[in-house]
Design a protein around this ligand. Structure first.
Ligand SMILES: [Ca+2]
Length: 104
């Protein structure tokens, strides 16, 4: 019984690791997001509005994935020059300014 619980727990943790938080880590690694920064505090909000709903940057990132399961450095680079939220600031410039590239 104890072994079954351990196996179930390990499986549940594995599923969690594949969900959103992994993406947050990939984004933070890609852009060397510092503790205490706006981007660090934003976490899921870098790509999402509410829950699973994507913001404009998240949608562009999804397109750049081209069916891949998770983003790579190339995926992030593919959307850097875009202005996902059409506010006149490129995604990469917003990120460098420690601002979420799109809020809607
Ligand atoms: Ca923008």
């Amino acid at each position: 019984m104890k072994k079954t619980l351990t196996t179930l727990l390990a499986a549940a943790l594995g599923v969690l690791a594949l969900a959103g938080p992994a993406w947050v880590g990939l984004f933070e690694k890609q852009y060397d997001v510092k503790p205490g920064s706006n981007l660090k505090k934003a976490k899921c909000a870098v790509c999402h509005t509410k829950g699973k709903e994507l913001n404009a940057y998240g949608k562009d990132l999804e397109k750049a994935l081209k069916g891949a399961k998770k983003p790579t450095a190339e995926t992030f680079k593919a959307v850097e020059q875009l202005d996902s939220d059409k506010d006149g600031v490129k995604n990469i410039d917003a990120i460098k300014a420690d601002k979420v590239p799109a809020t809607k």
